[in-house]
Design a protein around this ligand. Structure first.
Ligand code: COS
Length: 379
């Protein structure tokens, strides 16, 4: 399908591709190995206006549309999924929560530096006992004068320890279930806010994933996002946006896996000919390309729905479900085509396979996506 990208969208996509090829592709294996994204990468993304690309210029953004953001994220993830998820969590979750639900004061104070790339954002909902059951969160936020006092532990937080600004969720009324959850902005480095365990992960190893520990951490009352008790809805609506981002990440990874598989199949000679001449390989490539194209259609159409302000819960869930499972499939087949070479770290597909897996899990497992989709279908 031809999406008839505007000239601006084409230019943005091309800029992102050039950035990824020049700055990410050569060091992506190193980022994976050293578990660190160099600071210069964030600086470069800020210079290119990627950090706040789909937010208005008045808040430090580039004022581009949501599909442009998707095109940028796809190209970044095609070269380095670790950098991609760091940008995704910053832009789709932290910035989105503040932009869509925060007061003007919060926007000026936090969204502007986030969009300019002067600060990095994170989003902390998950707790040891509250993963899929996000409403079971135990972190408390008790109002004391002009401040909320936070106590509790968040886990598996992407950009944890490297972010400057965290959107976090805590109970302002522990007796009210999901209606007792509120959302807040918390700055890194506040007394009582510590970074706990850093996770040693299977994939996206360059992106930091850490535990956040709050022990009588006091934040200004003005850092409440929206109203007390509205945090669960804010989290869910923000995750709808984030799920398009994870779907985009899967799309970028899957495109990279297909690229690698095609290249290898043309170069690798067995029985006197490139293996691309074998029907067994051709059929795998055909299935991979078809899955990829279908995923792309879902991801781009969910992005356009987001831009048009249409409901996106079902669309985002479908895009994430399909794209992440397609990516798993495509990466698996890419390794199969590489044979033994695919199993060693010298080849990019080994990393892609590890990076892909998390896309079926985070920002709502694919089982949650099926709950959301079936809920919409049965409504
Ligand atoms: N947008 C806005 N509000 C939403 C919403 C959405 N997409 N989805 C649900 N809500 C609201 C509901 O309207 C409901 O509000 P009311 O009580 O006023 O009617 C409230 O949230 C509770 O909804 P629901 O009863 O469906 O919540 P559940 O506790 O049953 O949870 C699931 C539903 C499992 C779908 C939800 O907890 C979820 O998405 N879990 C996964 C969490 C996740 O993605 N974690 C990853 C964290 S970031 S890595």
């Amino acid at each position: 399908m031809n999406f008839n990208f505007t000239e601006e969208q084409q230019l943005i996509q091309q800029n992102a591709r050039e950035f990824a090829l020049e700055h990410l592709e050569p060091i992506a294996a190193e980022i994976d190995k050293t578990e660190r994204i160099p600071k210069e990468i964030y600086q470069k993304m800020a210079e290119l206006d990627f950090m706040g690309i789909c937010y208005p210029a008045e808040y430090g953004g580039a004022g581009a549309d949501f599909l442009s953001y998707t095109l940028v994220l796809e190209q970044i993830c095609r070269s380095c999924a670790s950098t991609g998820i760091s940008l995704e969590v910053h832009a789709s979750l932290a910035c989105a929560a503040i932009y869509n639900f925060g007061s003007e004061e919060l926007k000026q104070k936090y969204l502007v530096p986030l969009c300019k790339g002067e600060k990095l954002g994170a989003f902390a909902l998950t707790e040891p006992g509250a993963g899929t059951d996000a409403g079971a969160a135990q972190t408390t936020a008790v109002l004391d004068g002009d401040e909320y006092v936070l106590n509790g532990t968040k886990c598996f937080i992407s950009n944890g320890g490297v972010a400057d600004v965290y959107v976090i969720f805590g109970l302002t009324d522990p007796t009210a279930g999901t209606k007792g959850i509120s959302a807040f902005v918390v700055e890194a480095g506040l007394p009582g806010f510590e970074i706990g365990k850093h996770e040693d992960k299977m994939g996206i190893r360059g992106s930091q994933t850490a535990e956040l520990i709050f022990k009588n951490c006091r934040i200004p009352k003005a850092n409440l996002i929206g109203k007390e008790g509205k945090g669960f809805g804010i989290a869910m609506a923000t995750l709808d946006v984030g799920r398009i981002g994870v779907a985009t990440q899967a799309l970028g990874i899957a495109q990279a896996a297909l690229d690698e598989a095609v290249k290898f199949a043309k170069e690798r000679v067995q029985f006197g000919k490139p293996i691309a001449t074998k029907q067994a390989i051709q059929w795998m490539l055909a299935d991979m390309a078809t899955q990829l194209e279908a995923a792309r259609l879902l991801v781009y159409s969910a992005s356009m729905a987001r831009e048009e302000g249409k409901p996106i819960s079902k669309e985002a869930a479908m895009a994430k479900l399909f794209a992440s499972e397609a990516s798993d499939y495509i990466c698996n087949k890419a390794i199969q085509i590489h044979g033994g070479y695919g199993f060693i770290k010298d080849f990019k597909v080994e990393r892609l396979y590890r990076d892909s897996k998390i896309t079926t899990i985070y920002e709502g497992t694919n089982e949650v996506q099926r709950m959301v989709i079936s809920g919409a279908v049965l409504r």
